[in-house]
Structures are given as C-alpha cells and as structure tokens.
Design a protein around this ligand. Structure first.
Ligand code: HEC
Length: 125
C-alpha cells in the first residue's frame, strides 16, 4: 500500500519535471537570466571604455543624485560618496547605479556615456 502510493508520488513528480511546458518555462527562465547578465556586462564594458567629463558628470549628479547623496555628495539619506572610488571599484559603482539592488536607491536607466561622466565626476571628488 505504502509502496504503491509513494510510487504514485514519484510518477507525478516525474511527469511534472518532464512536462514540456515546465521544460520550456525553465529554458526561457535560464535564457532570460543569461541575457540579463550579458546585457549588463556589455553595458559595463562599454562604459569603462569611454572617456568621461567631470563637468557633464557633475550636471548628471545634480539632476539625479543630490536629493539623497547631498549637493556636494557629503551624504543625506544615502551615504557620503566623496571617497567612494577608493572603497568600490568602477564596476561595483556602475552596478550600484543601474541595478537598483539596495532600496530606497532606485535603479537608473542611463546611457553609457553619461554613466562614464558620472564615474569621472565621482573620481574627481
Ligand atoms: C532615493 C535616494 C537615492 C538616490 C536618488 C540615489 N541614491 Fe545612491 N544610495 C542611496 C542609499 C539609501 C544608499 C545606501 C544603500 C545601501 O547600501 O543600503 C545608496 C548607495 C549608493 C552607493 C554605494 C555607497 C556605498 O558606500 O556602498 C553609490 C555609489 C551610490 N549610491 C551612487 C548614487 C548615484 C551616482 C546616484 C545618482 C545617479 C544615486 N546614488 C542616487 C540612496 C539614493
């Protein structure tokens, strides 16, 4: 009795795993994650290749970041960013800005050139 019921459970499990819809779903999920990571990588590589401008970066910082990080990046709701380039590398800073993994800081959709300007600005502080 117990054996037959456990084999029935096994059968349903096997059916679930090999269900074509389930397989299709998993494939799309894996591809989705892969393309998301790949896209972010391409973005980061592109940004790091560009040459940024402190002046442009300053403008972008004033428009998007001062509300939380303060007018001179001394920190407000968000932390002081004046020595951020010494504690985080450029890749980590880019991820912090585009990925939005630490609420309340939002994720920003920002062109690689503008991201590069922003990085150059942060390096100038
Ligand atoms: C809505 C408020 C808000 C805005 C707008 C915002 N931030 Fe933040 N930011 C935060 C908060 C809060 C943290 C701390 C997150 C944590 O680690 O929990 C943070 C963390 C960071 C960090 C990491 C600091 C560290 O010590 O790890 C960087 C770099 C950063 N922000 C850059 C920016 C830049 C550049 C902009 C503008 C494009 C920006 N932030 C806009 C709130 C904000």
């Amino acid at each position: 009795m117990t054996t037959s019921s456990s084999s029935a459970v096994e059968k349903t499990l096997k059916m679930k795993i090999w269900n074509p819809f389930f397989i299709t779903f998993m494939i799309f999920l894996i591809l989705g994650v892969f393309f998301y990571l790949e896209e972010n990588n391409t973005y980061i590589i592109k940004t790091l290749e560009l040459k940024g401008s402190v002046k442009e970066g300053d403008t972008i910082f004033k428009m998007n970041c001062v509300g939380c990080h303060g007018i001179t990046a001394r920190g407000l709701v968000g932390p002081d960013l004046r020595s951020i380039t010494r504690s985080l590398n450029d890749t980590k800073i880019i991820k912090q800005v585009i990925e939005g993994l630490t609420p309340p800081m939002p994720s920003f959709e920002i062109e690689p050139q503008n991201m590069s300007n922003l990085l150059t600005y942060l390096h100038s502080l």
